[in-house]
Design a protein around this ligand. Structure first.
Ligand code: S3P
Length: 433
């Protein structure tokens, strides 16, 4: 089992660039695969999660030519051109891959089975299967979890669906099934979630209406291959945004970060905590706003994090807990029960790691209270195979007096290949082994 041994560090400097956005990279393969003509993707995230999507679509007959690590061409087969995979589709660790694919596969004329690693096989799939069934889909889960089998149905019909939880994966799965449904499909969200599916569908020539919390599309529309330029992933940038607030030297910049407003909760939360950050906007890429973000060491203070910001920072919360540990006073996160069904139970796993490093905290069913402002002691933490836990505790080395050993770090490769090199390049001291 791979671990990181992270020595205490006191400053991060220079310019950091993170790999492409995971959510957008998955979607570029999926939409490219069912479009007519070619889709050219640049800035693709060649991580284990996105490569699982790529291989799944290859198995369904989609030709994907990889030109280099981050550039590829998807030869679309049209809305009805996918073919039966002839193998179980293994989505690895990737929740986005399996849930969005369930929606897309619900409209196919062949049967498919989707599975994943032990973490993915413990994650809830009925939240997607249920609304899809009400569209007429024929889906079997294994006690609510993967493996999931999607059988051909007699035909899908559009629905109006109010999401019970704020989830872009569920919203996107329903919209993708809606492409194959008769009539209109409408999804209403309880709070805004990432809108990459809607934006990219428009980029592929579709008409998608957004009216406040409601998204609507009409089935049967054809997608046209497009150019997709993938910006840097703000969820990967998050580790260095927090590092910059804790220990940024003058001129520390995280470059080329996607700042879609449905993803920027971390910037709002850090600003409320007193972060000195400046957003330098760049020209947008592939319908997505992008910026360089400049940060410096700031006196962070504890806050009650507004619940409205939680869905907009859902994947960044683990590293924001580290920011809270470095802030003076108490920070309270609530309305974050969704963290319990991510790649690990991120509330419990983070609370355990914080406790091991001497950070007082109190867990709640839907959040955590963290008492910040103390130096951390070194120690060993368990990542539970969760990439974002491993990376969050690497950043904690900026607050620590002794080495931190993060165990079970292989899955950092699911979202951030090159993390260790990037971290060491700006002043952290990480040894992977
Ligand atoms: C994602 C949506 C979020 C997020 C995940 C990626 C997406 O999941 O946590 O990492 O690409 O749509 P939920 O929809 O379960 O909140």
């Amino acid at each position: 089992m791979q671990s990181y041994r992270v020595q205490p560090a006191s400053v991060v400097k220079g310019r950091v660039r993170v790999p492409g956005d995971k959510s957008i990279s998955h979607r570029s393969i999926m939409l490219g695969g069912i479009a007519s003509g070619r889709t050219e993707v640049r800035g693709f995230l060649a991580s284990a999660d996105c490569l699982a999507t790529l291989e799944a679509f290859r198995a369904m007959g989609v030709q994907v030519d990889r030109h280099d690590e981050t550039s590829l061409t998807v030869h679309g087969r049209g809305l009805h051109g996918l073919r039966a995979p002839g193998q179980v589709l293994d989505m690895g660790n990737a929740g986005t891959a399996i849930r969005l694919s369930m929606g897309l596969l619900a409209g196919q004329r062949f049967e498919s089975t989707l599975t994943g690693d032990s973490s993915l096989r413990s994650r809830p799939m009925e939240r997607v299967a249920k609304p899809l069934r009400s569209m007429g889909a024929n889906i079997l889960t294994t006690e609510g979890k993967p493996p999931v089998t999607v059988r051909p149905s007699a035909g899908l019909r559009g629905i109006e669906y109010a999401l019970p939880v704020a989830s872009a994966q569920v919203k996107s799965a329903i919209l993708l099934a809606g492409l194959y449904a008769q009539g209109q499909t409408t999804v209403t969200e309880p709070a805004p979630t990432r809108d990459h599916t809607e934006r990219m569908l428009r980029g592929f020539g579709l008409s998608v209406d957004t009216d406040g919390p409601r998204v609507r599309l009409t089935g049967g529309q054809a997608l046209q291959g497009a150019q997709v330029q993938v910006p840097g992933d703000i969820s990967s940038a998050a580790f260095f945004l927090v590092a910059g607030c804790l220990a940024g030297a003058e001129g520390f910049v995280v470059e080329n970060v996607g700042i879609n407003p449905t993803r920027t909760g971390i910037l709002d939360i850090l600003s409320l905590m007193g972060a000195e950050l400046r957003v330098h906007e760049r020209p947008s890429q592939g319908g997505e706003p992008v910026a360089d973000i400049e940060l410096r060491r700031s006196s962070l203070k504890g806050i009650a994090v507004p619940e409205s910001l939680v869905p907009l920072a859902i994947d960044e919360l683990p590293v924001l807990f580290i920011a809270a540990a470095g802030a003076s006073g108490e920070t309270v996160f609530s309305g974050a029960a969704e963290l319990r069904v991510k790649e690990s139970d991120r509330l419990a796993v983070m609370a355990d790691g914080l406790t091991r490093l001497g950070v007082p905290n109190e867990l709640a069913p839907d959040g955590i209270r963290i008492e910040g402002g103390h130096r951390l002691k070194g120690g060993e933490i368990e990542s539970h195979g969760d990439h974002r836990i491993a990376m969050a505790f690497t950043i904690a080395s900026l607050l620590a007096d002794g080495p931190i050993v993060a165990r079970d770090t292989e899955n950092v490769a699911t979202s951030f290949p090159g993390f260790v090199a990037t971290a060491n390049g700006c002043g952290l001291d990480v040894l992977a082994g």
